[in-house]
Design a protein around this ligand. Structure first.
Ligand SMILES: [Zn+2]
Length: 249
């Protein structure tokens, strides 16, 4: 059966026409994924691959291989076949300020050793839930050079590689919310904008997993639209390590 294509396409065309366009700009974009959900491999990567986009994949080594999580094969493929960076996020996603020093040290160190054991990159770390006291930062920085926080800052050269903020995608957003934030950052002359994503799942998939709604989920159609917008602006994507190397003096 034939569909009325012009009517179906009109809202999309209007949407594209209304979006702000910025090419060319010097602003770099780093896409980061946290918490090693399998949808990073099954849904997000295939939507990035056509554009050649890279990302940094912050994993909890203790969760890899569990149901609905990345496997080590997937994690290795993202880095070795798709040019992504892998980073640490503690073994069990601990809330560091709630733990004693020995636990924090062990969680950070054992997690990094797992990355090393799989031949993966291990110079960038994301604070679990963005939480860290001064003691926790000292421990993290004894193992890692780059630290991603959860503060939605526009970032400028010279970059403080120990406090790289990000804008985390939340389930109540649409792609437009992230596009607006990126647009504001570009207009503010930011040198680096970091986009954070956790899961890329449909409502049906979230229901099937039975864990309720993921408050940081990005629906696949929104993720696809965000990637297409980044591509249209000709924004260059970089890993956190690449950003740190390029933007620190
Ligand atoms: Zn996390």
């Amino acid at each position: 059966m034939k569909r009325a294509m012009p009517a179906a396409l009109l809202p999309l065309l209007l949407l594209i026409a209304c979006e702000r366009e910025y090419a060319p700009t010097h602003t770099l974009v780093a896409i980061t994924f946290d918490d090693c959900h399998e949808s990073i491999y099954t849904h997000a990567m295939p939507l990035m691959e056509p554009y050649g986009f890279c990302a940094t994949n912050f994993v909890n080594s203790g969760f890899i291989g569990l149901p609905h999580k990345l496997t080590w094969d997937m994690t290795e493929a993202l880095e070795f076949n798709h040019g992504w960076e892998t980073g640490g996020h503690t073994v069990h996603h601990i809330n560091m300020p709630d733990c004693d020093s020995l636990t924090v040290d062990t969680e950070v160190r054992i997690d990094q050793l797992a990355l090393i054991g799989h031949g993966l990159s291990h110079t960038s770390f994301a604070l679990p839930c963005g939480h860290a006291g001064g003691r926790d930062m000292d421990i993290v920085l004894s193992y890692y050079r780059n630290v991603r926080t959860s503060k939605a800052d526009f970032l400028y050269r010279p970059l403080d590689r120990t406090r790289i903020g990000y804008k985390g995608y939340r389930i109540q957003y649409s792609a437009d919310d992230m596009i607006d934030w990126l647009s504001d950052g570009i207009l503010a002359g930011a040198d680096l904008l970091v986009v954070g994503v956790h899961t890329v799942m449909t409502d049906e998939e979230m229901a099937e997993e039975g864990n309720g709604v993921y408050k940081m989920n990005c629906a696949p159609q929104d993720f696809a639209r965000l990637m297409a917008w980044i591509a249209r602006q000709e924004l260059q994507t970089v890993t956190i390590s690449q950003a740190a190397e390029r933007l620190t003096d």
